[in-house]
Design a protein around this ligand. Structure first.
Ligand SMILES: Nc1ncnc2c1ncn2[C@@H]1O[C@H](COP(=O)(O)OP(=O)(O)OP(=O)(O)O)[C@@H](O)[C@H]1O
Ligand SMILES: [Mg+2]
Length: 252
């Protein structure tokens, strides 16, 4: 399999604030069509990795390649769902969804409406974000990422703010959509169960400066069902990862 994303020896330090050394020589890959999850403590540098891949700023050292081309510090190469709700409050749902298409000059409202329908948001096209629930807003933000032309999607804790039941529904919903076209995904979550349920591979980060402490290949067949949490292998992996997270600042 070819790699969609290659991150090589990324090192980054913020010089403002407390001058935190966030990343130290971090490398990772995402293969074409692969679903990879970053799991790590709060403040370990997960969103920073996304901001660097998204080109919001350039790393102090290291290289980022998408489809083999070096993209350090350049924007527009990925579809990015940021950690905070990123809908623009003054735009309707439909106009939020086509925002990226407006930038690339290729607006397709018909497809946008079809996706909103599939996401159970029919009738909300002309509504404003403040009249939707958190889960609905996340679906809108996700559809916007989905309609962006880039083949690599970065999803930063998309379900972090949702209650447990809504979260399970959203996981299934996202996997169903992902399985239709298997885009390459790099996903962030705090939840070990979510990581095991969603991913092909999990990268466990150490506390900062972050590096990949461990890597886990998730063995479960797709399409998956929430019953796998009852599987012995699932429980074993969950326990292993829990221990890794607790000891990930210790050198192997
Ligand atoms: N623009 C910035 N300027 C200064 N420090 C920053 C900046 N962005 C992040 N940091 C610091 O870098 C560290 C990593 O932050 P980051 O947001 O990447 O963590 P995270 O792993 O995404 O955490 P969480 O799980 O809580 O979202 C933190 O200590 C944070 O204070
Ligand atoms: Mg974050």
């Amino acid at each position: 399999m070819t790699n969609k994303l290659e991150v090589r020896n990324l090192t980054h330090k913020f010089n403002d604030g407390n001058g935190v050394h966030v990343l130290d020589n971090l490398s990772l890959d995402v293969a074409d069509g692969e679903f990879v999850t970053l799991l790590g403590p709060s403040g370990s540098g997960k969103s920073t990795i996304f901001n660097l891949i998204g080109g919001l700023y350039a790393p102090d050292a290291g290289d980022i390649y998408i489809d083999g081309a070096r993209v350090n510090g350049t924007r527009g190469n990925i579809s990015y769902l940021p950690q905070q709700d990123s809908l623009l409050p003054w735009r309707t749902i439909e106009d939020n969804v086509v925002l990226v298409q407006e930038i690339t000059g290729d607006v397709d409202k018909e497809t946008a409406r079809r996706w909103l329908q599939r996401a159970g948001l029919e009738g909300y096209e002309k509504s404003y974000p403040n009249t939707l629930s958190g889960g609905m807003r996340q679906r809108v933000a996700f559809i916007r990422s989905l309609l962006s032309p880039q083949e690599l999607m970065l999803l930063d804790e998309p379900f972090g703010a949702l209650d447990e039941l809504t979260r399970l529904d959203m996981q299934d919903w996202l996997l169903k959509i992902w399985e239709m076209d298997r885009r390459s995904v790099l996903f962030i979550t705090h939840s070990i169960e979510e990581a095991l349920y969603m991913s092909d591979r999990i990268l466990v980060l150490s506390d900062k400066p972050a590096r990949i402490a461990r890597e886990i290949e998730v063995p479960f067949e797709r399409p998956r069902d929430h019953d796998i949490i009852l599987d012995e292998e699932f429980t074993r992996l969950k326990r292993d990862i829990y221990h890794m997270l607790r000891t990930s600042d210790v050198e192997d």
